[in-house]
Design a protein around this ligand. Sequence first.
Ligand code: ZN
Length: 333
Amino acid sequence: MAPIPRYPFSIIVLAQANPINLVLSDNRVRIGRFAPSPSGPLHFGSLVAALGSALEAARDGGRWLVRIEDIDAPRNLPGADRLILQQLERLGFRWDGEPVWQSRRIDLYRAALAELAAQGRTYGCACSRKEIADSTLARAIDGARRYPGTCRNGLAPGRRARASRLRVDAARDDVRIVFDDLVQGRIEQDVAHDVGDFVLDRADGQVAYQLAVVVDDAEQGVTEVVRGADLLDSTPRQILLQRMLGLPTPRYAHLPVVLDRHGDKLSKQTRARPIEGGPPAAALCAALGFLGHAPPGEFDGAPVAAVWDWARANWSLARVPRVRGALAPGPML
Ligand SMILES: [Zn+2]
């Protein structure tokens, strides 16, 4: 049997084919990204994430990439990807290079899975969600049941693996992850205790978000991950995967999530109002205000370019409220 290529090798090959990554190797160029899932049009919550990531990347003339996170196929709304890109353009966003679609990059994720499997880091799991719920009361940090490790030492006779899990081994790895988030401060998590062995290759045949995002950020040379604080608790899992795959860890800044008046995250699932119709400058100003950068009153009715100039000149993560969530301004709900 041919040996499985080591995963970092494929990263190096891609870097050589891609002059952007070569520039990055000495870390002079900041690269940020916005990674919407195409489950509906841009709404105020996703605008806030797009704006924060674009402004942070723009410091010192960095690059800003757009990545469409469409591997969770059942949640995709046909045409939403194009609509989001049109909305961003209308709001004055300008991204570098062509956007990428995760659904066209599955081979990269499969190579990373093969690398982890070759290292003995993964194992097949036959358990259904109900079996896991019936076998444990322990909760993971996201509120779901924490996997009790039923299949860790091999499948019971006659059982077939449905999914593949990462072995989060406190004896072998440093699973206590500590990092300094540029907005939320120091974050500590014991991935073995707070999460447990998590799924990388899902029962529905799709690669888990945690792995895809780690591979994409590394392959695209992303140095600044600026996104909503709803992803804060999954960041230690991503850092753990980066270490196992020999990939660099970017800087993280988790912005407050936009909440509706019930305290729920504004999302396509809660039918947040799309950003459209009204003057784009007003939406930008509202998003800036949410991020602690309310522009002076004379920007009412200003052209979009003037708002961007002001925002670039005044942007600082130090001004972003250090909370995980905050209520949307009334007109944006
Ligand atoms: Zn299992």
